[in-house]
Design a protein around this ligand. Structure first.
Ligand code: NI
Length: 176
């Protein structure tokens, strides 16, 4: 049923610029939020989704890059209170997009690898290392929890061009 999905919030909604607050307790309500965020992400479809993007300001993100990396099965990852504890000096440049900035893409430079500490779906502390696409994805989603969007890394000229293109596309889709 569609009620199991969140509406994804689109720029320039101010909730996307807010800092999400740490989660104090992982309970059934929070697991229901993670399930619903995953369902929303897969439906979009996307490879990552942060709480801000569904109007919630707790530090929760979900991601799954497995199929984008050519694997056959889903590998959902849920993170609560994620923290980057190490980044590689080696950078990586990849094209990024965002479900909150639909249809717009740009090259973003980030550390090629990161190590992240977080609480998993069951509330256990985990540490994991991410590389390339997964590294971009987890950093992009943690940025969301800090009110940062990938377009914030672009020059204002490029950012405004991209936002105007989005506005134009939205207007056109309203006419149709
Ligand atoms: Ni995003």
């Amino acid at each position: 049923m569609t009620k199991d999905l969140y509406d994804i919030i689109i720029v320039p909604d101010p909730v996307l610029k807010e800092t999400a607050q740490p989660v104090a307790q992982i309970d059934d309500a929070l697991r229901a939020q993670m399930d619903r965020m995953l369902a929303t992400m897969y439906d979009a479809p996307g490879i990552g989704l942060a709480a801000n993007q569904v109007g919630l300001l707790n530090r929760v993100l979900v991601m799954d890059v497995a199929q984008r990396e050519g694997e056959n099965s889903r590998k959902p990852v849920c993170m609560v209170n994620p923290e980057v504890i190490w980044t590689s000096e080696e950078p990586s440049v990849m094209e990024e997009g965002c479900l909150s900035i639909p249809g717009q893409y740009a090259q973003v430079q980030r550390p090629k690898s990161v190590r992240v500490k977080y609480l998993n779906y069951d509330g256990e502390m985990e540490e994991a290392e991410f590389e390339d696409l997964a590294s971009h994805c987890v950093q992009h989603e943690i940025d969301h929890l800090n009110g940062v969007l990938f377009i914030d890394y672009l020059s204002s000229l490029k950012r405004n061009m991209l936002l105007r293109k989005l506005q134009k596309a939205q207007k056109e889709s309203q006419i149709l």
